[in-house]
Design a protein around this ligand. Structure first.
Ligand code: MD5
Ligand code: FE
Length: 201
């Protein structure tokens, strides 16, 4: 089913073929291993990340940006698997954003105890394009604020296979992920993966 959480934000529950994505994800990570990114202030993020697609999101002492080269391998990022791209395009279309062509897929790996504080995703040049977020593995408590970092938030429980699309008025909303509680998924084990499809450039 498809639920509009707020204008511009649509949840497609259990929309993704989690097992098929898992196989492709393993191949991508063999070519571009997970790593912990450093922030401009020098601290490390608790999530581990990688990317596939033409561009990958990076954070280091210089700040945030997209790059077509993985600094860890010196090679281009792995090609975005066809089933990743098709899922993102179909989900965007169903949510009311036809013509979405992602050129970047950020992969976030969450272990129990990991969280992501409230932030906006504003490193992309084209904010008319939506962001498509795919959750895999154990459940997480996601929250959406609004245009302000403070105030009340809308909670959203995200499970394996759930797809969230953010566009239009929700594209620049503050959001984050609460500290992940321990649980186990039959195929993924005690971890969560999040894939975000973006139009970086
Ligand atoms: C996650 N990841 O569950 C989330 C899903 C990130 C990140 O936040 O930056 O890697 S993406 C959630 C998102 C993206 C763009 C806009 C909004 C939410 N929003 O307006 O709420 O690992
Ligand atoms: Fe984000």
């Amino acid at each position: 089913d498809s639920v509009e959480i707020c204008p511009g934000m649509v949840l497609l529950r259990d929309f993704a073929d989690s097992a098929a994505l898992q196989g492709e994800l393993e191949s991508v990570l063999m070519a571009a291993p997970l790593r912990r990114m450093q922030t401009s202030r020098g601290s490390y993020m608790s999530v581990q990340t990688s990317n596939c697609g033409q561009f990958g999101w990076l954070s280091d002492r210089q700040g945030y940006r997209y790059s077509d080269i993985d600094p860890l391998t010196g090679e281009p990022w792995p090609v975005m698997p066809v089933i990743f791209r098709q899922l993102a395009e179909t989900a965007a279309e169903l949510a009311g954003f036809p013509g979405f062509r992602p050129d970047a897929c950020l992969i976030n790996y969450y272990q129990p105890g990991t969280q992501m504080g409230a932030h906006q995703d504003r490193d992309e040049s084209d904010c008319d394009a939506p962001i498509v977020s795919v959750s895999l593995g154990i459940n997480a408590r996601f929250f959406v604020l609004g245009s302000e970092r403070r105030g009340s938030s809308i909670p959203v429980n995200l499970s394996d296979g759930d797809v969230l699309v953010f566009g239009g008025p929700a594209r620049l909303f503050f959001h984050g992920v609460r500290k992940l509680k321990f649980s186990e998924h039959p195929r993924f084990g005690p971890v969560r993966w999040n894939l975000t499809f973006r139009k970086a450039l």
